[in-house]
Design a protein around this ligand. Structure first.
Ligand code: ADP
Length: 621
């Protein structure tokens, strides 16, 4: 068969990323080896898993290993594995593009942050392979997928293009060969066996397959999760975390436990310090690695933790597991369910026991996920609600737990008040809070769309009902019937004028200073949620809210007088529109007709100034 050599351009974002990696990670050069060894180890994991059902894939060679070869003369290093390998198309798919959707967001963030590239960010994208170009002027990858006869050679100098051609390879798996750049003055020489041994020890010691150099196995392959806590150092834990998570940052915290009971197992779980960039990418791997007696069974075992704890990385080693179960059956395995239940419990305990600063850092990154948990994990809902934190109208910048809110409630206060919107600055100045502030009542400021669902899902906390400060009546003051009656005709006129935009006009129990605000029914979507849903492209039925007016405000009192004098006065209509626009603006919304609004305000100002000029003139005369 004649072999064809194709030349491809890298996808633009790959080239951008390559440039970034080459120019920004120069002080972390040695990690290229960790990345390539990790890929080799992953490839063997994959083959091991697949060969359980298709033993033929092993081609009679069941001894998994990763080999490193150095050639000082030619200045090359090669890393080979007898893992699953890749087909021609997989090479192009995996090595020529970045299939992960978070990448462009990542690159944008980098653009805005010129010169300040944090290496840990790059690792989160699994661009590990490209790190080879930090040390190599040319990279050649030769691979043959297990069970196939065709091998593929990929080659690039990292300068925009790569070539792919058919080749031959007797053994399955992948060899990556790097033509090394000259070692820098005082820098490490990656052709040197001593240097390589040190790097493997530092970064890849626990890789579970032998990493061999000149016949010597460099790594101890110790399964640190089966050891006692006091036998493992922080560095070892952190390196292990980096290995399984592809995150370059140390984790925020870890949970290492040996469980003995009806069943026995080891678990080593990590909470990352940051939300991975691609966290919300559909199909992202989010699960712990499952082992059985130190033998890798599968990564991304989603049945061991609920989805909302999908940010947790780690390993579970369950010796009693029935190895013949498929992924589908695993879910219903009572042992797996038992482990899952216990892991969730322990994770919640870990979070509850964290010191404040650490927990705040956690909550900033993953609080949203706990809120999702509240909605889905009925069994742990109450415990999760104790982990919630909110800013309030009294907390300043601090996030406080609901217990603290409850402890500060007035003795006659029966509700936990909250208000939701885009940002705390708008919320804290919302007219809806005026009455509550007057009564010195604290209000939770909710700024995530999921918050309102949380409040509704929980319904109550410690027996106190959640109550929206912007919906329904606050029942804090009564407006007497006489006042209501005296405003009724004016309100009817206003309602008639605004009937396309609002449902009702009523005397407000919320307002003390402002003239107007909009409010909904207890069960209506809040304005914020409505806006969010629309921005997600969801169809939301048109919701008409009530216009609440402050009957104690001079404007309303004067309008009432005007109405009594001449209910046909056109000013009343103009002012009705203006009141509505003001309420919309106070809620952080956009007025429907800015030109009309601006004109009306202009006229008002000019009238006000006229009065003043007249008065001044009168004084000077
Ligand atoms: P990541 O390993 O984080 O996915 P990489 O850029 O290092 O990112 O690798 C991209 C993909 O290329 C891998 O997901 C894998 O599918 C494939 N790959 C890389 N190295 C190997 C290897 N040695 N054997 C088989 N496949 C590999």
């Amino acid at each position: 068969m004649e072999s064809k050599r194709e030349v491809h351009e890298f996808k633009t974002e790959v080239q951008q990323l390559l440039n970034l990696i080459i120019h920004s990670l120069y002080s972390h050069k040695e990690i290229f080896l960790r990345e390539l060894v990790s890929n080799a180890s992953d490839a063997i994991d994959k083959l091991r898993f697949k060969s359980q059902l298709e033993p033929g894939l092993l081609e009679g060679d069941p001894e998994f290993k990763i080999e490193i070869a150095l050639d000082k003369q030619a200045r090359t290093i090669s890393i080979s594995d007898n893992g699953i390998g890749m087909s021609h198309d997989e090479v192009i798919e995996n090595i020529g593009t970045i299939a992960k959707s978070g990448t462009s967001a990542f690159l944008q963030a980098m653009e805005q942050n010129k010169g300040l590239v944090r290496p840990e960010l790059i690792g989160q994208f699994g661009v590990g392979f490209y790190s080879a170009f930090m040390v190599a002027s040319k990279v050649t990858l030769i691979t043959r997928a297990a069970g196939s006869t065709l091998a593929t050679k990929w080659e690039s100098s990292g300068d925009g293009a790569y070539s792919v051609e058919e080749t031959e390879k007797p053994s399955r798996g992948t060899v990556v060969t790097l033509e090394l750049k000259e070692a820098e003055e005082g820098g490490q020489d990656f052709c040197d066996a001593g240097v390589i041994k040190g790097i493997v020890k530092r970064h890849s010691d626990f890789v579970s397959y032998p990493i061999i150099l000149d016949g010597e196995t460099l790594n101890s392959m110790k399964a640190i999760w089966t050891k006692n806590k006091d036998e493992v150092t922080d560095d070892e834990y952190n390196e292990f975390y980096k290995h399984i998570s592809h995150d370059w940052n140390p984790p925020l915290t870890r949970l290492h436990m040996h469980f003995e009971g009806t069943t026995e197992y080891d678990a080593l779980l990590f909470i990352p310090a940051h939300t991975p960039f691609d966290y919300f990418r559909p199909g992202r791997k989010h699960g712990v690695h499952l082992y059985c007696k130190r033998v890798f069974i599968m990564d991304d075992c989603q049945d061991l933790l609920p989805e909302y704890l999908g940010f947790i990385q780690g390993v579970v080693d369950a010796p009693d597991l029935n190895l013949n179960v498929s992924r589908e059956i695993l879910q219903h395995d009572p042992l797996v369910r038992n482990i899952r239940k216990n892991l969730v419990k322990r994770v919640i305990e870990l979070l509850s026991g964290m010191d404040k600063d650490k927990y705040d850092a956690f909550f900033k990154e993953f609080g949203q996920m706990l809120k999702v948990g509240i909605q889905h994990d009925y069994e742990n809902r109450e415990k999760l609600s104790k982990l919630l934190r909110y800013r309030t109208s009294k907390s300043g910048d601090a996030l406080i737990p609901l217990d603290e809110y409850v402890s500060r409630m007035h003795s006659d206060q029966d509700s936990i008040y909250y208000i939701s919107g885009e940002d705390t600055a708008t919320l804290i100045n919302s007219p809806h809070l005026e009455r509550l502030k007057e009564k010195d009542i604290e209000v939770l400021l909710m700024t995530e769309p999921v918050d309102e669902w949380v409040a509704q899902t929980l319904g109550t906390y410690e027996g106190k009902a959640f109550k929206s400060a912007e919906k329904g009546d606050l029942n804090l003051v009564d407006i007497d019937e006489k006042t209501k009656d005296s405003f009724a005709p004016l309100f009817a006129l206003i309602k008639e004028e605004l009937k396309d935009s609002i449902r009702e006009v009523r005397a407000s129990t919320h307002l003390t200073d402002s003239v107007a605000c909009l409010s909904g029914d207890t069960y209506q979507l809040s304005g914020y949620l409505e806006k969010m849903l629309k921005s997600f492209g969801q169809k939301v039925p048109e919701i008409k809210r009530d216009l609440e007016l402050n009957t104690g405000h001079p404007v309303l009192v004067k309008m009432r007088t005007l109405y009594t004098k001449d209910k046909e006065d056109p000013v009343l209509k103009d002012y009705s529109l203006l009141l509505y626009d003001m309420a919309v603006i106070a809620a952080g919304g956009k007025v429907e007709n800015p030109a009309r609004f601006s004109k009306a305000v202009g006229e008002l100002m000019s009238n006000a100034l006229d009065v003043e000029t007249l008065m001044t003139d009168a004084i000077t005369v």
